[in-house]
Design a protein around this ligand. Sequence first.
Ligand SMILES: [Zn+2]
Length: 436
Amino acid sequence: MTGSGGGGRAGIGGPADGAADRTTADGAPAGRILDHLRAREAEMADWLARLVAAESPSHVAESQRPVQALVAARLEAVGLRTRVYPGRRTGGFVFARPPGRPAACQLLVGHTDTVWPLGTLDTMPLEVRGPVMAGPGVFDMKAGLAIMVFALEALRALDLAPAVAPVVLINADEEIGSRESGGHIARLARLADRALILEPGAGEAGALKTARKGIGAFQVVAHGRAAHAGLEPERGASAILELAHVIRRLHDLNDPASGVSVNVGVIEGGLRSNVVAPEARAAVDVRVPTMGHARAVEAAILGLAPTVPGVSLTVTGSIGRRPMERTPANRRLWAAAHAAGRALGLDLAETAVGGGSDGNITSQFTATLDGLGAVGDGAHARHEHVRLDRMAERAALLALLLLAPPLGRAGAVEPVGAGAAKEHHGDTARTGRRQR
Ligand SMILES: [Zn+2]
Protein backbone atom coordinates (compact mmCIF):
# COMPACT_ATOMS: atom_id res chain seq x y z
CA MET A 1 0.00 0.00 0.00
CA THR A 2 2.29 2.71 -1.19
CA GLY A 3 0.15 4.95 -3.33
CA SER A 4 -2.16 7.66 -2.13
CA GLY A 5 -5.84 7.22 -1.50
CA GLY A 6 -8.40 7.45 -4.19
CA GLY A 7 -7.03 4.72 -6.37
CA GLY A 8 -8.44 6.40 -9.45
CA ARG A 9 -12.03 5.87 -8.40
CA ALA A 10 -14.16 8.42 -6.64
CA GLY A 11 -11.22 9.13 -4.33
CA ILE A 12 -10.73 12.14 -2.15
CA GLY A 13 -13.12 14.83 -3.19
CA GLY A 14 -15.68 12.22 -4.22
CA PRO A 15 -19.11 12.05 -2.63
CA ALA A 16 -19.45 14.73 -0.01
CA ASP A 17 -18.39 13.72 3.49
CA GLY A 18 -19.25 10.02 3.36
CA ALA A 19 -16.79 9.39 0.54
CA ALA A 20 -18.07 5.86 0.56
CA ASP A 21 -16.35 4.99 -2.69
CA ARG A 22 -12.83 5.80 -1.53
CA THR A 23 -10.34 3.01 -1.85
CA THR A 24 -6.67 2.54 -1.13
CA ALA A 25 -4.17 2.02 -3.93
CA ASP A 26 -4.67 -1.71 -3.41
CA GLY A 27 -8.40 -1.36 -3.83
CA ALA A 28 -9.39 -1.76 -0.18
CA PRO A 29 -12.74 -0.03 0.34
CA ALA A 30 -11.62 2.64 2.81
CA GLY A 31 -14.83 4.62 2.55
CA ARG A 32 -17.07 1.63 3.13
CA ILE A 33 -15.06 0.53 6.16
CA LEU A 34 -15.14 4.00 7.68
CA ASP A 35 -18.89 4.37 7.11
CA HIS A 36 -19.50 0.99 8.67
CA LEU A 37 -17.46 1.88 11.75
CA ARG A 38 -19.02 5.34 12.07
CA ALA A 39 -22.42 3.66 12.18
CA ARG A 40 -21.15 1.56 15.08
CA GLU A 41 -19.65 4.42 17.12
CA ALA A 42 -22.27 4.29 19.88
CA GLU A 43 -21.89 0.55 20.18
CA MET A 44 -18.12 0.93 20.39
CA ALA A 45 -18.47 3.50 23.20
CA ASP A 46 -20.85 1.22 25.12
CA TRP A 47 -18.49 -1.71 24.90
CA LEU A 48 -15.52 0.45 25.84
CA ALA A 49 -17.43 1.59 28.93
CA ARG A 50 -17.82 -2.06 29.95
CA LEU A 51 -14.08 -2.60 29.58
CA VAL A 52 -13.30 0.44 31.73
CA ALA A 53 -15.89 -0.50 34.36
CA ALA A 54 -13.99 -3.76 34.87
CA GLU A 55 -10.93 -2.48 36.73
CA SER A 56 -7.81 -4.52 35.94
CA PRO A 57 -4.58 -3.48 37.64
CA SER A 58 -1.48 -5.43 36.60
CA HIS A 59 -0.75 -6.62 40.12
CA VAL A 60 -4.15 -8.26 40.67
CA ALA A 61 -4.12 -11.26 38.35
CA GLU A 62 -7.75 -12.28 38.89
CA SER A 63 -8.92 -8.75 38.07
CA GLN A 64 -7.92 -9.45 34.45
CA ARG A 65 -10.50 -12.21 33.98
CA PRO A 66 -13.62 -10.10 33.29
CA VAL A 67 -11.82 -7.95 30.69
CA GLN A 68 -10.17 -10.99 29.14
CA ALA A 69 -13.57 -12.70 28.94
CA LEU A 70 -15.16 -9.68 27.23
CA VAL A 71 -12.38 -9.50 24.66
CA ALA A 72 -12.06 -13.26 24.13
CA ALA A 73 -15.78 -13.66 23.42
CA ARG A 74 -15.64 -11.13 20.61
CA LEU A 75 -12.43 -12.49 19.11
CA GLU A 76 -14.01 -15.92 19.09
CA ALA A 77 -17.06 -14.45 17.38
CA VAL A 78 -14.98 -13.09 14.48
CA GLY A 79 -13.77 -16.61 13.81
CA LEU A 80 -10.49 -16.68 15.71
CA ARG A 81 -9.59 -19.63 17.89
CA THR A 82 -9.26 -17.90 21.21
CA ARG A 83 -7.90 -18.97 24.54
CA VAL A 84 -7.06 -17.26 27.81
CA TYR A 85 -3.75 -18.48 29.19
CA PRO A 86 -3.43 -17.97 32.94
CA GLY A 87 -0.20 -16.49 34.18
CA ARG A 88 2.00 -17.84 36.93
CA ARG A 89 2.58 -14.56 38.71
CA THR A 90 0.59 -12.23 36.44
CA GLY A 91 -2.82 -12.19 34.79
CA GLY A 92 -1.70 -14.21 31.76
CA PHE A 93 -2.88 -13.31 28.28
CA VAL A 94 -5.50 -13.77 25.59
CA PHE A 95 -4.25 -15.49 22.45
CA ALA A 96 -6.33 -15.72 19.29
CA ARG A 97 -5.37 -17.21 15.95
CA PRO A 98 -7.11 -18.22 12.77
CA PRO A 99 -8.02 -21.86 12.28
CA GLY A 100 -5.62 -23.86 10.12
CA ARG A 101 -2.08 -22.88 9.29
CA PRO A 102 -2.04 -19.71 7.25
CA ALA A 103 1.05 -19.01 5.16
CA ALA A 104 1.65 -15.62 6.75
CA CYS A 105 0.42 -13.86 9.84
CA GLN A 106 0.39 -10.39 11.33
CA LEU A 107 0.50 -9.84 15.05
CA LEU A 108 -1.90 -7.55 16.89
CA VAL A 109 -0.67 -6.67 20.38
CA GLY A 110 -2.59 -5.09 23.23
CA HIS A 111 -2.86 -5.30 27.00
CA THR A 112 -5.75 -5.56 29.45
CA ASP A 113 -3.83 -4.37 32.51
CA THR A 114 -3.81 -0.79 33.75
CA VAL A 115 -1.71 1.13 36.25
CA TRP A 116 -4.78 1.96 38.36
CA PRO A 117 -5.47 0.08 41.61
CA LEU A 118 -8.86 -1.45 42.36
CA GLY A 119 -11.29 1.18 43.62
CA THR A 120 -9.92 3.99 41.44
CA LEU A 121 -13.37 4.31 39.83
CA ASP A 122 -14.69 5.62 43.18
CA THR A 123 -12.62 8.78 42.86
CA MET A 124 -12.01 8.86 39.11
CA PRO A 125 -15.35 7.72 37.69
CA LEU A 126 -16.11 6.63 34.18
CA GLU A 127 -17.60 9.71 32.55
CA VAL A 128 -18.78 10.67 29.10
CA ARG A 129 -18.74 14.40 28.39
CA GLY A 130 -19.70 15.14 24.83
CA PRO A 131 -17.17 13.42 22.56
CA VAL A 132 -14.86 12.51 25.45
CA MET A 133 -14.82 9.43 27.67
CA ALA A 134 -12.74 9.61 30.84
CA GLY A 135 -11.81 6.88 33.28
CA PRO A 136 -8.94 4.73 34.52
CA GLY A 137 -7.31 2.78 31.73
CA VAL A 138 -9.61 4.12 29.01
CA PHE A 139 -6.73 5.58 26.97
CA ASP A 140 -3.98 3.15 27.99
CA MET A 141 -5.31 1.04 26.50
CA LYS A 142 -8.85 -0.24 26.74
CA ALA A 143 -9.88 1.97 23.84
CA GLY A 144 -7.09 0.28 21.88
CA LEU A 145 -8.73 -3.08 22.59
CA ALA A 146 -12.06 -1.72 21.37
CA ILE A 147 -10.40 -0.43 18.20
CA MET A 148 -8.81 -3.83 17.60
CA VAL A 149 -12.04 -5.75 18.12
CA PHE A 150 -14.19 -3.42 16.03
CA ALA A 151 -11.65 -3.37 13.20
CA LEU A 152 -11.70 -7.16 13.04
CA GLU A 153 -15.50 -7.17 13.24
CA ALA A 154 -15.74 -4.63 10.43
CA LEU A 155 -13.65 -6.83 8.14
CA ARG A 156 -15.86 -9.79 8.95
CA ALA A 157 -19.10 -7.84 8.51
CA LEU A 158 -17.97 -6.47 5.15
CA ASP A 159 -16.66 -9.85 4.07
CA LEU A 160 -13.10 -8.57 3.62
CA ALA A 161 -10.48 -11.23 4.27
CA PRO A 162 -6.90 -10.05 5.00
CA ALA A 163 -4.24 -11.67 2.84
CA VAL A 164 -2.09 -11.88 5.96
CA ALA A 165 -3.86 -13.69 8.79
CA PRO A 166 -4.35 -11.69 12.01
CA VAL A 167 -3.07 -13.26 15.23
CA VAL A 168 -3.84 -11.53 18.51
CA LEU A 169 -1.92 -11.46 21.77
CA ILE A 170 -3.33 -9.36 24.60
CA ASN A 171 -1.20 -9.56 27.73
CA ALA A 172 -1.95 -8.50 31.29
CA ASP A 173 1.54 -7.57 32.43
CA GLU A 174 2.53 -4.84 29.97
CA GLU A 175 2.56 -2.13 32.60
CA ILE A 176 5.00 -4.15 34.70
CA GLY A 177 7.46 -4.93 31.92
CA SER A 178 5.72 -7.88 30.16
CA ARG A 179 7.74 -10.11 32.43
CA GLU A 180 5.76 -13.25 31.67
CA SER A 181 4.35 -12.49 28.23
CA GLY A 182 7.46 -10.97 26.67
CA GLY A 183 8.90 -14.29 25.52
CA HIS A 184 5.64 -15.26 23.80
CA ILE A 185 5.41 -11.90 22.09
CA ALA A 186 8.98 -12.25 20.84
CA ARG A 187 8.36 -15.72 19.47
CA LEU A 188 5.19 -14.67 17.65
CA ALA A 189 6.93 -11.59 16.29
CA ARG A 190 9.59 -13.81 14.73
CA LEU A 191 6.88 -15.57 12.76
CA ALA A 192 4.93 -12.47 11.83
CA ASP A 193 5.02 -10.37 8.67
CA ARG A 194 4.41 -7.32 10.87
CA ALA A 195 3.26 -6.27 14.33
CA LEU A 196 0.58 -3.69 15.03
CA ILE A 197 0.63 -2.29 18.56
CA LEU A 198 -2.55 -0.79 20.00
CA GLU A 199 -0.93 1.57 22.48
CA PRO A 200 -2.45 5.07 22.52
CA GLY A 201 -1.62 7.56 19.80
CA ALA A 202 0.40 10.66 20.71
CA GLY A 203 -1.04 14.11 21.14
CA GLU A 204 -4.23 15.60 19.75
CA ALA A 205 -3.33 14.40 16.28
CA GLY A 206 -3.03 10.81 17.48
CA ALA A 207 0.44 10.53 15.95
CA LEU A 208 1.69 7.01 15.39
CA LYS A 209 4.76 5.95 17.33
CA THR A 210 7.55 4.93 14.98
CA ALA A 211 10.45 5.00 17.43
CA ARG A 212 10.76 4.21 21.11
CA LYS A 213 13.84 4.45 23.23
CA GLY A 214 15.42 1.40 24.76
CA ILE A 215 15.23 1.25 28.51
CA GLY A 216 17.72 -0.05 31.03
CA ALA A 217 17.73 -0.45 34.78
CA PHE A 218 20.95 -0.76 36.73
CA GLN A 219 21.86 -1.11 40.37
CA VAL A 220 25.22 0.05 41.71
CA VAL A 221 26.33 -1.10 45.16
CA ALA A 222 29.46 0.30 46.78
CA HIS A 223 31.01 -1.87 49.49
CA GLY A 224 33.28 -0.01 51.90
CA ARG A 225 34.45 -0.52 55.47
CA ALA A 226 32.82 0.86 58.60
CA ALA A 227 34.80 2.78 61.20
CA HIS A 228 34.09 5.28 63.94
CA ALA A 229 34.07 8.65 62.20
CA GLY A 230 35.54 10.42 65.22
CA LEU A 231 37.96 7.91 66.74
CA GLU A 232 39.58 6.19 63.77
CA PRO A 233 38.19 7.39 60.44
CA GLU A 234 41.40 6.31 58.70
CA ARG A 235 40.41 2.67 59.24
CA GLY A 236 37.22 3.14 57.25
CA ALA A 237 36.51 3.23 53.52
CA SER A 238 33.48 5.31 52.65
CA ALA A 239 30.99 3.67 50.33
CA ILE A 240 29.09 6.96 50.20
CA LEU A 241 32.13 8.86 48.94
CA GLU A 242 32.61 6.23 46.24
CA LEU A 243 28.96 6.40 45.28
CA ALA A 244 29.21 10.18 44.99
CA HIS A 245 31.98 9.76 42.41
CA VAL A 246 29.99 7.08 40.61
CA ILE A 247 26.94 9.33 40.41
CA ARG A 248 28.97 12.08 38.78
CA ARG A 249 30.36 9.65 36.23
CA LEU A 250 26.90 8.24 35.51
CA HIS A 251 25.48 11.68 34.91
CA ASP A 252 28.34 12.45 32.56
CA LEU A 253 26.93 9.73 30.30
CA ASN A 254 23.91 11.93 29.55
CA ASP A 255 23.83 13.13 25.97
CA PRO A 256 20.70 15.16 25.30
CA ALA A 257 21.67 15.83 21.69
CA SER A 258 21.61 12.14 20.83
CA GLY A 259 18.78 11.28 23.17
CA VAL A 260 20.73 9.27 25.74
CA SER A 261 19.58 9.83 29.30
CA VAL A 262 21.03 8.34 32.47
CA ASN A 263 19.27 9.12 35.73
CA VAL A 264 20.26 8.10 39.24
CA GLY A 265 16.77 8.13 40.69
CA VAL A 266 17.29 6.51 44.10
CA ILE A 267 20.25 6.43 46.47
CA GLU A 268 20.52 4.91 49.90
CA GLY A 269 23.28 3.89 52.25
CA GLY A 270 25.19 4.52 55.41
CA LEU A 271 24.33 3.74 59.02
CA ARG A 272 24.69 6.88 61.14
CA SER A 273 26.33 10.23 60.77
CA ASN A 274 29.26 9.21 62.98
CA VAL A 275 30.05 5.99 61.11
CA VAL A 276 32.08 5.77 57.89
CA ALA A 277 29.52 4.23 55.51
CA PRO A 278 30.13 0.51 54.83
CA GLU A 279 27.59 0.33 52.02
CA ALA A 280 25.70 2.60 49.63
CA ARG A 281 23.57 1.89 46.58
CA ALA A 282 22.03 3.65 43.64
CA ALA A 283 19.23 2.75 41.22
CA VAL A 284 19.77 3.99 37.67
CA ASP A 285 17.36 4.44 34.76
CA VAL A 286 18.80 4.58 31.23
CA ARG A 287 17.11 5.54 27.94
CA VAL A 288 18.80 5.06 24.57
CA PRO A 289 17.63 5.74 21.00
CA THR A 290 19.66 3.04 19.22
CA MET A 291 21.32 -0.30 19.88
CA GLY A 292 24.68 1.39 19.33
CA HIS A 293 23.99 3.73 22.24
CA ALA A 294 22.61 0.81 24.23
CA ARG A 295 25.84 -1.15 23.91
CA ALA A 296 28.04 1.84 24.67
CA VAL A 297 26.13 2.98 27.75
CA GLU A 298 25.73 -0.54 29.06
CA ALA A 299 29.47 -1.16 28.73
CA ALA A 300 30.27 2.13 30.47
CA ILE A 301 28.01 1.38 33.42
CA LEU A 302 28.99 -2.26 33.84
CA GLY A 303 32.62 -1.19 33.54
CA LEU A 304 32.52 1.31 36.41
CA ALA A 305 35.60 0.87 38.61
CA PRO A 306 36.01 2.19 42.15
CA THR A 307 38.30 5.14 42.85
CA VAL A 308 38.17 5.31 46.65
CA PRO A 309 40.82 3.03 48.23
CA GLY A 310 39.29 0.10 50.05
CA VAL A 311 35.91 0.31 48.30
CA SER A 312 34.61 -2.19 45.77
CA LEU A 313 31.65 -1.92 43.41
CA THR A 314 28.99 -4.39 42.31
CA VAL A 315 27.10 -3.28 39.21
CA THR A 316 24.13 -5.24 37.85
CA GLY A 317 21.49 -4.61 35.22
CA SER A 318 21.13 -4.27 31.47
CA ILE A 319 19.23 -2.53 28.70
CA GLY A 320 16.19 -4.75 29.18
CA ARG A 321 13.95 -3.09 26.58
CA ARG A 322 15.80 -2.68 23.34
CA PRO A 323 15.01 0.45 21.34
CA MET A 324 12.37 0.39 18.64
CA GLU A 325 14.29 2.03 15.83
CA ARG A 326 13.23 3.35 12.45
CA THR A 327 14.43 0.25 10.64
CA PRO A 328 13.75 -0.18 6.90
CA ALA A 329 10.98 -2.69 7.70
CA ASN A 330 9.40 -0.32 10.21
CA ARG A 331 9.54 2.47 7.61
CA ARG A 332 7.68 0.32 5.07
CA LEU A 333 4.94 -0.32 7.58
CA TRP A 334 4.71 3.35 8.48
CA ALA A 335 4.45 4.22 4.77
CA ALA A 336 1.60 1.73 4.43
CA ALA A 337 -0.16 3.34 7.39
CA HIS A 338 0.30 6.81 6.02
CA ALA A 339 -1.16 5.76 2.68
CA ALA A 340 -4.08 4.07 4.44
CA GLY A 341 -4.64 7.26 6.41
CA ARG A 342 -4.79 9.29 3.22
CA ALA A 343 -7.41 6.97 1.84
CA LEU A 344 -9.45 7.82 4.94
CA GLY A 345 -8.87 11.55 4.47
CA LEU A 346 -6.30 11.68 7.31
CA ASP A 347 -2.81 13.16 7.23
CA LEU A 348 -1.18 10.95 9.85
CA ALA A 349 1.83 12.14 11.81
CA GLU A 350 4.57 10.06 13.39
CA THR A 351 6.59 10.62 16.52
CA ALA A 352 9.38 9.14 18.64
CA VAL A 353 8.80 8.62 22.35
CA GLY A 354 10.94 7.83 25.38
CA GLY A 355 8.65 5.28 26.98
CA GLY A 356 8.67 1.58 26.18
CA SER A 357 6.00 -0.85 25.08
CA ASP A 358 5.73 -4.32 23.61
CA GLY A 359 6.60 -2.64 20.31
CA ASN A 360 10.17 -2.55 21.61
CA ILE A 361 10.05 -6.36 21.66
CA THR A 362 8.36 -6.98 18.31
CA SER A 363 10.56 -4.46 16.51
CA GLN A 364 13.60 -6.68 17.16
CA PHE A 365 12.05 -9.32 14.93
CA THR A 366 9.51 -7.83 12.53
CA ALA A 367 8.14 -4.62 11.05
CA THR A 368 6.40 -2.78 13.88
CA LEU A 369 4.07 0.17 14.12
CA ASP A 370 2.94 1.48 17.50
CA GLY A 371 0.45 4.03 18.77
CA LEU A 372 -2.39 2.64 16.65
CA GLY A 373 -4.77 2.90 19.61
CA ALA A 374 -7.00 5.75 20.66
CA VAL A 375 -6.67 9.50 20.33
CA GLY A 376 -6.80 11.15 23.74
CA ASP A 377 -4.54 12.14 26.59
CA GLY A 378 -3.53 11.45 30.18
CA ALA A 379 -2.05 7.95 30.15
CA HIS A 380 -1.23 7.03 33.77
CA ALA A 381 -2.70 10.40 34.87
CA ARG A 382 -5.91 11.49 36.58
CA HIS A 383 -7.18 13.24 33.45
CA GLU A 384 -6.93 10.09 31.32
CA HIS A 385 -9.49 10.24 28.51
CA VAL A 386 -10.18 9.35 24.87
CA ARG A 387 -11.97 11.02 21.99
CA LEU A 388 -14.97 8.86 21.13
CA ASP A 389 -15.43 10.74 17.87
CA ARG A 390 -12.02 9.56 16.68
CA MET A 391 -12.55 5.87 17.45
CA ALA A 392 -14.12 4.99 14.10
CA GLU A 393 -11.28 6.48 12.08
CA ARG A 394 -8.69 4.65 14.20
CA ALA A 395 -10.51 1.35 13.79
CA ALA A 396 -10.80 1.99 10.04
CA LEU A 397 -7.08 2.72 9.84
CA LEU A 398 -6.31 -0.55 11.60
CA ALA A 399 -8.72 -2.44 9.35
CA LEU A 400 -6.95 -1.06 6.26
CA LEU A 401 -3.56 -2.02 7.68
CA LEU A 402 -4.89 -5.51 8.31
CA LEU A 403 -5.88 -5.68 4.65
CA ALA A 404 -2.47 -4.55 3.42
CA PRO A 405 -0.50 -7.12 1.41
CA PRO A 406 2.46 -8.90 2.99
CA LEU A 407 5.48 -6.71 3.62
CA GLY A 408 7.73 -9.56 2.74
CA ARG A 409 8.26 -12.08 5.47
CA ALA A 410 6.15 -15.16 5.81
CA GLY A 411 5.81 -17.52 8.69
CA ALA A 412 3.43 -20.24 9.78
CA VAL A 413 1.50 -19.71 12.97
CA GLU A 414 1.98 -22.07 15.85
CA PRO A 415 -0.02 -22.06 19.04
CA VAL A 416 1.64 -20.48 22.02
CA GLY A 417 3.27 -23.09 24.20
CA ALA A 418 4.18 -25.37 21.31
CA GLY A 419 7.86 -24.75 21.89
CA ALA A 420 10.13 -23.16 24.37
CA ALA A 421 10.71 -19.47 23.82
CA LYS A 422 14.11 -18.29 24.86
CA GLU A 423 14.61 -14.74 23.82
CA HIS A 424 16.65 -11.98 25.27
CA HIS A 425 13.31 -10.59 26.22
CA GLY A 426 12.49 -13.55 28.38
CA ASP A 427 14.57 -11.99 31.09
CA THR A 428 13.87 -8.37 30.41
CA ALA A 429 11.43 -8.45 33.27
CA ARG A 430 14.17 -8.49 35.87
CA THR A 431 15.56 -5.25 34.70
CA GLY A 432 12.99 -3.93 32.27
CA ARG A 433 10.69 -2.20 34.73
CA ARG A 434 9.19 0.78 33.06
CA GLN A 435 7.72 4.02 34.05
CA ARG A 436 6.36 6.17 31.33
ZN1 LIG B 1 -0.21 0.77 27.40
